[in-house]
Design a protein around this ligand. Structure first.
Ligand code: 4AD
Ligand code: MG
Length: 490
């Protein structure tokens, strides 16, 4: 990932990233940035500045005697300042270069009595309450940069492989997953909703002339594009009104959904595994400073945990491990056998005990397989048809469908996908069984009617990926402004 620095050689602004890595000692520089800390003595003040271009701060050294005391007083944590000075070799340890200040202008004060961020460790819960300011913390700025790198890496991966990026609609009339967890979209006056003669809401009078909702997935539309363009992917926001207040669920999250014509489930699993490894290695290569910071942060956090709760690997080690090793592939049926005979099942330690074939797997089961049993990412395939969506290809056994989920340590399901049911009769039969309205999905059915072909795809939850790569524990901490039940602040 090649990135340019702002640097105009003249007395225009330089970014800290550039100053720390490439600028010449002795040059005159101008930096504009936010104060992280100020400390010092009667004679000299040290200001740590950060402008977001890197996790690292640059130190500014100020001669107190020759400076305006009223300006120095305004330089407090959170204030924004512009510093003119000379880049010199640092006399202290901890940094190679620093800025010897000549003049400082305060661009924006941050009154210490009011500014909520102090140069100390704040809890992540507290930071969520001030999400508008948490970009200014090391942790959240590191996560933001990694999030960006992952977005970039995703587009790079698919572009390199000849996929086309498709924008699928955000407002739709369908519930692709059939889970009934959609957010309504309407511009009705809610105090005066028009009713039809039968007493039902008259959606014909609504903005779109029909019932609409925010999309839960771009898959159905992506399938249509794949049936002409061959290989496509979406990367868009998705919305789910599931009332699950967990550390892995958001009501608004981003999803990457590739869809490949002529691909079977094995090729689908290959693509998913390759994508995840690519992105993990991409982060290791392009986000080394931020990952080193988060790695250390996690080591510190773990010190407060009981030995048995500590993760077996540090963050970077874990990423290297997953980036290098093959994922386990296992059928749902084999997984059920392992789970049924597992210690936590026999000792009734699972909240949901596994007693037979057909049960939906809970996060505790997925994590047992990945973290305790195989100690590796696991791809489960061929799930019971009754716990999966209508569009998945039915197997000969009439019990299972060609579904696959990729399960990750600390996360559980990170990817969900399938080979699609391309046979019209099988698809309509399944839609009838599952009460999926055929008339509303006439356009989807047309793809089976005209030039149908085998095809496969999956959805990667973007925040779950960022959760894994950053080693954070709560999905609310890897998206700038999380949307969860009872929470849509900012
Ligand atoms: O397994 P899901 O529901 O699959 C689909 O939506 C398919 N249409 C995908 C496809 O085949 N094109 O969701 C896919 C992934 C999950 O594996 C998970 O990583 C993420 O999306 N996900 C969520 N992430 C955060 N918050 C939620 N509420 C999520 N629900 C699903
Ligand atoms: Mg799923």
């Amino acid at each position: 990932m090649q990135r340019e620095f702002l640097d105009f050689n003249t007395m225009k602004r330089s970014e800290i990233n550039h100053l720390l890595t490439e600028s010449k000692v002795g040059s005159e520089v101008l930096v504009k940035a936010w104060v992280r800390t100020k400390r010092g003595s009667k004679n000299v003040a040290f200001i740590a500045l950060n402008d977001g271009s890197t996790i690292n701060n640059i130190q500014v050294v100020v001669d107190v005697e020759s400076s305006d005391a009223s300006v120095l007083d305004k330089i407090t944590t959170g204030a924004c300042i512009a510093v003119n000075g000379t880049l010199v070799e640092s006399q202290g340890s901890g940094q190679k270069v620093e800025i010897e200040s000549k003049s400082i202008e305060v661009l924006g004060e941050a009154h210490p009595d009011e500014y909520p961020l102090q140069p100390k460790k704040h809890s992540l819960e507290f930071l969520r309450e001030i999400a508008h300011l948490r970009f200014r913390t090391n942790t959240f700025s590191a996560i933001s940069r990694i999030r960006h790198a992952m977005i970039f890496g995703i587009h790079e991966f698919f572009n390199n492989k000849g996929f086309y990026n498709i924008h699928t609609p955000i407002i739709t009339g369908s519930d692709a997953e059939g889970a009934g967890e959609t957010f309504r979209v309407t511009n009705f006056d809610l105090k005066n909703v028009p009713l039809a003669e039968d007493g039902e809401i008259d959606y014909k009078k609504d903005f779109f002339g029909k019932e609409t909702n925010l999309t839960v997935s771009g898959q159905l539309e992506a399938e249509l594009a794949a049936m002409a363009l061959g290989k496509v992917y979406t990367f868009g926001p998705t919305f789910r009104a599931e009332n699950s207040n967990t550390t892995r669920h958001l009501a608004e999250f981003w999803m990457i959904e590739p869809e490949v014509a002529f691909a079977d489930l094995d090729e689908n699993m290959d693509l998913g595994e390759e994508l995840l490894k690519y992105l993990i290695n991409y982060a290791l290569k392009n986000c080394a400073d931020d990952l080193a910071f988060l790695d250390k942060r996690l080591v510190d956090e773990e010190k407060n945990k009981k030995a048995e709760e500590r993760s077996p690997m540090a963050l970077i080690e874990k990423l290297q491990f997953v980036g290098e090793n093959d994922f386990v592939r296992l059928s749902y049926t084999d997984a059920i056998d392992i789970l049924r005979n597992s210690k936590p099942n026999k000792k009734k330690k699972f909240q949901y005990l596994i007693d037979g074939w057909g049960a939906d797997l809970q996060s505790e089961h997925e994590r047992f397989l990945v973290e305790k049993h195989f100690k590796k990412p696991v791809i489960l395939f061929d799930y019971p048809k009754d716990i999966k969506a209508f569009y998945m290809r039915q197997n000969e056994d009439e019990k299972t469908v060609r579904a696959m989920d990729i399960l990750f340590p600390g996360i559980g399901e990170i990817v969900g996908g399938s080979q699609r049911e391309e046979r019209m009769e099988k698809l309509t039969q399944r839609m009838k069984e599952m009460n999926v309205p055929e008339d509303e999905l006439w356009w989807y059915m047309d793809s089976r009617k005209f030039g149908t072909a085998p095809q496969s795809g999956f959805g990667l939850g973007f925040e779950r990926l960022v959760l894994f790569v950053t080693g954070m524990a709560n999905i609310r901490d890897v998206i700038p402004f999380p949307r969860t039940p009872k929470n849509a602040e900012f």
